[in-house]
Design a protein around this ligand. Structure first.
Ligand SMILES: [Zn+2]
Length: 95
């Protein structure tokens, strides 16, 4: 724990949000730049990542706050029954 960690920055290539199943997935570029991994989080706390480091990795560490914010927003939306797309209505009205 005391060892200095090299700060790696996760490069997210794509984000997939599943509103109905409370699940969010990211396609991330690996640190060597040539591979792609899928990092997924679910509302029940399940996490997975396709990278070789099992049992925890910087992909999950850095994306977890983003995933949790999304999963929390789903819960809030369900609780308050507010439509999720309401905040984007200003943009979707442009024709
Ligand atoms: Zn990973």
């Amino acid at each position: 724990m005391a060892a200095t960690k090299i700060q790696k920055q996760v490069q997210v290539l794509a984000t997939y949000k599943f509103n109905h199943t409370a699940r969010i997935c990211f396609t991330v570029r690996s640190s060597n730049g040539s591979d792609k991994y899928n990092t997924c989080f679910q509302g029940n706390g399940h996490e997975s990542c396709g990278c070789p480091s099992k049992g925890g990795c910087y992909h999950r560490d850095q994306l977890r706050p983003v995933a949790q914010a999304f999963l929390e927003s789903l819960k809030v939306a369900q609780r308050s029954n507010a439509p999720l797309n309401q905040r984007n209505s200003g943009f979707s009205l442009m024709r």
